[in-house]
Design a protein around this ligand. Structure first.
Ligand code: FA5
Ligand code: MG
Length: 332
């Protein structure tokens, strides 16, 4: 089910906190679109809303318990704001924005966090392909100025065609938004005539590029040294590092069976280590028969103090024990 570390994030709503960089950013996006914004939709939604209504097939990997937090058999913590598309269309809305916290079992590194925020837009209109790209390009210029962005072909079950926008950041392309033309079957099921577009933006990713924020965990800090930097004149703020503490690195190796799901292991690490973990990488893989030996390198670093080796050994030991108990693995 849902670990406390995740459950405790429900209701925090960083996107609604005045002066927070995610709030500032979503206001700026609202200024561009002038569309009504739903910003208080509850993040526990039905499997039907999150997946079925969006034509996501029954065997799609994103539905697995290793990727999605289920609160019971028929409900999940929404994995994207798209979960509300069909209900809002059914209620008669034809052009709107939605903004909210979304939840996924995902990688652990500086640009991935199990809770993040999306801003989604949807519009029923004619010539949606032209209108979509005019809006996406206009929006990205409006919020990111001269940052280098590119559009690549992509795939989502609920849009066709689909694209992703990426931005050049620290010498690599970082995904910032998915978008496309609403799948005709979605509109047909709702008996809506016409065409339209939809997009979903990752707010943290854009804010990181805008303010040069190096780690996605920083958004969750209640530290005034973080928050005060964005309170006034946030637009051109370049984040100033206020504390930098040394990392502590530990490796863990274990034998897995074919049922092993990496995201499940990452989620367990977050549950035990919380925000102390900065990065996890699979650094070695060795297969023998139906067993695979995996080695992961875990980088721990606190954002507000120096960690002791003893403290991290304890955390590491807890991860080891819990992994043995819950994941059908064998420590080497
Ligand atoms: C979606 O979630 C689609 N619902 C977007 C969409 C909406 C497509 C409407 C078409 C129509 P995706 O899984 O790519 O797509 O996520 C969208 C954005 O969320 C990504 O581009 C990225 O900026 C951000 N994102 C994804 N995973 C994470 C994560 N773990 N941490 C932070 N940001 C993330
Ligand atoms: Mg994507």
């Amino acid at each position: 089910m849902v670990p406390d570390f995740i459950r405790n994030k429900i209701g925090i709503n960083l996107h609604n906190k005045k002066g927070h960089p995610l709030y500032n950013l979503r206001k700026k996006i609202q200024d561009y679109f002038h569309m009504y914004t739903f910003d208080n939709l509850y993040p526990v939604v039905s499997v039907e809303d999150n997946f079925d209504s969006l034509l996501i097939p029954p065997d799609h990997p994103s539905r697995r318990t290793s990727d999605t937090f289920y609160t019971d058999d028929t409900h999940v913590l929404r994995t994207h704001t798209s979960a509300h598309q069909v209900n809002l269309l059914r209620k008669g809305y034809r052009s709107f924005l939605m903004c909210g916290d979304v939840y996924r079992k995902d990688e652990i590194d500086s640009t991935h966090y199990p809770v993040f925020h999306q801003l989604e837009g949807l519009k029923i209109c004619r010539s949606p392909i032209m209108d979509l790209h005019k809006n996406m390009e206009g929006l990205l210029k409006f919020i990111m100025g001269d940052a280098e962005v590119r559009k690549v072909n992509s795939y989502f079950p609920f849009t066709n065609p689909s694209w992703e926008y990426e931005v050049l950041w620290q010498n690599r392309w970082l995904e910032i938004a998915g978008c496309g033309i609403i799948h005709p079957d979605i509109l047909k099921n709702l008996k809506i005539e016409g065409t339209g577009w939809a997009f979903g933006i990752g707010l943290e990713r854009i804010a990181m590029v805008l303010h040069q924020i190096p780690d996605i965990r920083l958004f969750w800090l209640k530290d005034e040294r973080f928050l005060n930097q964005f309170k006034n004149n946030y637009e051109h703020v370049i984040f100033k590092e206020f504390s930098s503490h040394p990392p502590c690195t530990k490796d863990i190796s274990f034998w897995t069976k074919p049922d092993f799901q990496q995201t499940e292991f990452f989620s367990l690490i977050r549950e035990v280590a919380g925000d102390l973990v900065e990065d996890v990488k699979n650094i070695d893989t060795f297969t023998k028969g139906d067993k695979t030996l995996l080695c992961f390198r875990i980088v721990y670093r606190s954002m507000d103090r120096t960690l002791t080796n003893e403290e991290i050994n304890e955390v590491q030991e807890k991860i080891r024990k819990m992994a043995v108990k819950n994941l059908n693995i064998e420590i080497r």
